[in-house]
Design a binder for this molecule. Sequence first.
Ligand code: NAP
Length: 259
Amino acid sequence: MFTPISGRAVLVTGGTRGIGRAIAGVFCGAGARVAIAGRDPQAGAAAEAQLAAAGGEALYVQADVSVASDVQRMVDAAVERFGGLDVLCANAGIFPDVRLSEMTERDIDELFAVNVKGTMLAVKAAAPALAASGRGRVIITSSITGPITGYPGWSHYGASKAAQLGFMRTAAIELASQRITVNAVLPGNIVTEGLDELGPEYRRKMEESIPLRRLGEAVEIGHAALFLASDEASYITGQTIVVDGGQTLPESLLALEAQ
Ligand code: NAP
């Protein structure tokens, strides 16, 4: 039986859509008070209303995680509303697809500004409040792409997702003295609006390449994040949980065909 986390204050960056919104929903469902951040105020208001309609206590804060002043304002807003902060889910991320031969300096800068700098700024800004909590938790949404696998069009994305883990390992050491743990969840292929746009054929092929023969649900990332935020995970820091239905296990497609 896990210790309830009801009443804890949680901030989810990129909590207005997709995986982040599902993480926020899982924490709200567990009785936490949850702030969500993203740039689009319409998506933010809709997500806030959805979480509230499901019985959660939610607050939307408009912020661009690549801008330090926005990130500080986002953390301040959550702390002011909830009286503190116990959990940061650094989830905001972008994944534009561009081959290396076509990639511009701007493509690289924009992606790193959100995925890497945005993660680092959020952790830095949240650290004092997480330290004051006495049981602070950081959960980063990385990916299998980069840390474990590669995919054409995502060399910059993969580099950013691996960079998040490099950051995590030293941040975990630096923040350990303040009883803050820093871990990451590595999703495989998760069903989101963006994935739907790639069409049914893409989805069918992806499902065939996954041992569990289905894509992941966004709430399944939320459940891993909830575990890492629990009291029972208090001795885990600087680690990763892969949530991919076994996608990274087969050494080749032959391994799946031989099943
Ligand atoms: P998504 O549906 O596109 O949602 C991305 C979220 O991040 C939105 O709330 C978006 O809101 C926010 N965001 C983007 N840029 C931002 C910025 N500069 N400042 C603040 N918020 C920003 O994507 P997703 O699939 O849920 O992905 C979420 C995370 O999971 C990402 O880190 C991604 O790399 C990772 N991931 C996803 C998958 C997958 O299969 N979906 C797999 C592995 C890893 P605004 O656009 O309004 O700012």
